[in-house]
Design a protein around this ligand. Structure first.
Ligand SMILES: [Zn+2]
Ligand SMILES: [Zn+2]
Ligand SMILES: [Zn+2]
Ligand SMILES: [Zn+2]
Ligand SMILES: [Zn+2]
Ligand SMILES: [Zn+2]
Length: 246
């Protein structure tokens, strides 16, 4: 093949063509090609309808319901869709992008014990912690970052006082009994909160934990998460079972 031969561009299909062949080529293109009115690309005339159906039919993204031409869908699904799945960098669970930010706030607030200093560190602070953990002034630095320990709210102190009085005075009236029940209820709530704080969970009523992976999540995303998680955990167990048999 003579690579030195001069090339020219066909006006119909925009392809490089050997110049001496151009007249014949252009005649052929003029006869058999046309420009697609939707994308201005040269398409064989007899395949235009097929091309327009394949490429330009309006479709809806199944995840976000956005309308677009069919040829744009694959790129949309992998790079643009706001509902495309993306992994949480803390727990690796795949979530729709639109839920990920909210999830990662909750997920990053979980704590794990640092192997070096035995302190509980939230997942979102682990990178930062790894840098200061080796420092000699470590305990001073974490205290100044996390701020002073919050004092118990005033209502909590009152409940503690009530409890002390009741336990000292065994001869309580009927009225005091019902009052006592209220105190017990709120005390058990308080204990739950204290326990949650000890476990490093955030002291917010709307945070609850997934029974499958024990991940703390806001209630409004938890139901959604649990459904996914049950599937994920099921798959994990299946693959573990396969591993055991090996
Ligand atoms: Zn051509
Ligand atoms: Zn087209
Ligand atoms: Zn979409
Ligand atoms: Zn997560
Ligand atoms: Zn540490
Ligand atoms: Zn879960």
């Amino acid at each position: 093949m003579d690579t030195a031969e001069e090339l020219a561009i066909c006006n119909h299909c925009n392809k490089d063509v050997v110049k001496t062949n151009l007249p014949m080529h252009e005649a052929h293109c003029q006869r058999f090609l046309c420009l697609c009115p939707d994308c201005d690309e040269p398409v064989p005339k007899d395949q235009l309808e097929e091309h327009r159906q394949e490429q330009h039919t309006p479709v809806k993204c199944k995840k976000c319901n956005m309308k677009m031409e069919k040829c744009k869908l694959p790129d949309h699904e992998t790079n643009e869709c706001t509902e495309r799945l993306q992994s949480c960098e803390y727990c690796q669970l795949a979530l729709p992008l639109s839920n990920l930010k909210e999830h990662m706030v909750a997920c990053g607030s979980r704590t794990e014990r640092c192997q070096e200093c035995n302190q509980y560190v939230t997942l979102k602070d682990q990178l930062q912690h790894a840098q200061i953990c080796t420092s000699e002034d470590f305990s001073f630095i974490t205290k100044s970052i996390n701020g002073p320990v919050k004092p118990l709210p005033a209502s909590t102190l009152q409940e503690d006082e009530l409890d002390d009085n009741d336990s000292r005075d065994q001869h309580v009236s009927q009225a005091a009994d019902s009052k006592d029940e209220d105190t017990i209820l709120s005390l058990s709530d308080l204990q739950k909160k204290k326990r949650n704080e000890k476990m490093g969970w955030r002291d917010e009523d709307q945070i609850s934990t997934c029974p499958h992976c024990h991940l703390a999540l806001p209630l409004n995303t938890l139901q959604w998460h649990e459904d996914k998680c049950r599937i994920v955990e099921g798959l994990k167990r299946m693959s573990e079972a396969v591993d055991v048999r090996k």
